[in-house]
Ligand binder design. Structure first.
Ligand code: NAP
Length: 294
C-alpha cells in the first residue's frame, strides 16, 4: 500500500494507472501534474487525481510512488525537473513506448539517482488520448515490459513488478535495445503504415467516395491511424533507426507481392499470401482479456 502516487502527465496512461491503483486499494491519495493547468484540473474534476500540483516537483514531493506518463520527448525535461527529489525508497517509473531514449535520458539527468527509476512500457492503450479516456481496467490482462538498467535497485524492480502484477498485468523484463527492436516491428511500423495508407487513400481525388464505401476490414486495418499525432511523432523519431529497418524489410516483402502481380504469376502470389495467412492464423495475441489497445 502506497501513501501517495505522483502522476506527471495526467493523460490516458497516467490517469488509467491512477484509477487502477485506487481501484485496487493500493494508494491513499493521488497528486497529479500536467503541462496545461486545465488538464490537471480536469483530472481532478473527473476524480482521477485528488490533488492538483503546480509543478512536476510538487507532484513528486511526499510521494512514495511516481509515474511519469508524458510523451517520450518530454522525458528528459521531466527527469531534470524532478531529479532533486529522486530518492532511494521512492519508486519512479515511466510508461513510454520507446525505451532506449528514455533510459539514456534518465542516465544523463538522474546520474547516481537513476537506481530508483524502473523504465516500463505497458502493452496497453487506445487510439484516443486524454484523461477523459482513463480506464481503471486498462492494464488488466496486459503485458508490461520492464527494462531496468544495470544500476537499477533490484528492490525497486521487484516493487515495480509487484505493482503491475497487482493491477492484473503480466510482467516481462527485456533490455531497452531488444524492446525497441521488437516494438519497431510490432507496434511502430504498423502505425507508420496506417498513417501512410490512410493519407494515400484520403489524399486522392476520389478518396472521400472510396472511404464512404469502406467496410469492417478497412476499419480494423486503419484503427490505429487515429492515434495521437504528437505522441506518435515522438515515438517514430525516438526509435527511427529500428523503425526504418523494419520499413525497409516491409518494402521488400511488398515489392515481392507486386512483382508476382506484375508478372501475372498466380502461383508465386498465392505462395506469398499463403505464408502470411498460415502464420497469421497460428498467431495469438498474448493477453488474458479481449483486445482493445495496441
Ligand atoms: P496523453 O493522453 O496525451 O497524455 C499525455 C499527458 O502528458 C497529457 O496530460 C499532457 O498534458 C502531459 N504532458 C505533455 N508534456 C508534458 C510535460 N512536459 N510535463 C508534464 N506533462 C506533460 O498520452 P498517453 O497516451 O497517456 O501517452 C503517455 C505516454 O504513454 C507516452 O510516452 C506514450 O508513448 C506512452 N504509451 C501510450 C500508449 C497509448 O496507447 N496511448 C500505450 C503505451 C505507452 P497536457 O494535456 O497539458 O498537454
Amino acid at each position: 500500500m502506497f501513501n501517495q502516487l505522483g502522476v506527471i502527465g495526467c493523460g490516458l496512461m497516467g490517469g488509467s494507472f491512477a484509477l487502477a491503483l485506487k481501484r485496487a486499494g493500493l494508494v491513499k491519495r493521488v497528486v497529479g501534474y500536467s503541462k496545461s493547468p486545465s488538464t490537471t484540473e480536469r483530472a481532478k474534476r473527473l476524480g482521477v487525481i485528488d490533488i492538483a500540483a503546480e509543478s512536476a516537483l510538487l507532484a513528486v514531493s511526499g510521494s512514495d510512488i511516481v509515474l511519469i506518463s508524458v510523451p517520450v520527448a518530454a522525458s528528459e525535461a521531466t527527469f531534470r525537473a524532478i531529479r532533486h527529489l529522486v530518492e532511494p525508497g521512492v519508486l519512479f517509473m515511466d510508461v513510454g513506448s520507446t525505451k532506449r531514449d528514455v533510459v539514456e535520458a534518465a542516465r544523463r539527468t538522474l546520474r547516481e539517482r537513476v537506481s530508483s527509476f524502473v523504465p516500463a512500457h505497458p502493452i496497453a492503450g487506445k487510439e484516443v488520448s486524454g484523461v477523459e479516456h482513463s480506464d481503471a481496467t486498462l492494464y488488466a490482462g496486459r503485458q508490461v515490459i520492464l527494462t531496468p538498467l544495470p544500476q537499477t535497485d533490484a528492490a525497486m524492480v521487484q516493487k515495480a513488478s509487484d505493482v503491475w502484477s497487482a493491477l492484473g498485468a503480466q510482467v516481462l523484463r527485456m533490455s531497452p535495445d531488444n524492446h525497441d527492436a521488437a516494438f519497431a516491428a510490432v507496434s511502430h511500423l504498423p502505425h507508420l503504415l496506417a498513417y501512410a495508407y490512410f493519407n494515400a487513400i484520403h489524399g486522392q481525388p476520389a478518396g472521400a467516395d472510396f472511404l464512404s464505401l469502406a467496410g469492417p476490414g478497412f476499419r480494423d486495418f486503419t484503427r490505429i491511424a487515429a492515434s495521437d499525432p504528437s505522441i506518435w511523432r515522438d515515438i517514430l523519431l525516438a526509435n527511427r533507426e529500428e523503425v526504418l529497418k523494419q520499413a525497409s524489410r516491409f518494402r521488400h516483402t511488398l515489392e515481392a507481392l507486386e512483382h508476382a502481380m506484375k508478372l501475372g504469376n498466380g502461383d508465386a502470389l498465392e505462395e506469398l499470401i499463403r505464408n502470411a495467412s498460415q502464420a497469421r492464423s497460428h498467431w495469438q495475441m498474448n493477453t488474458r482479456k479481449p483486445a482493445s489497445g495496441r
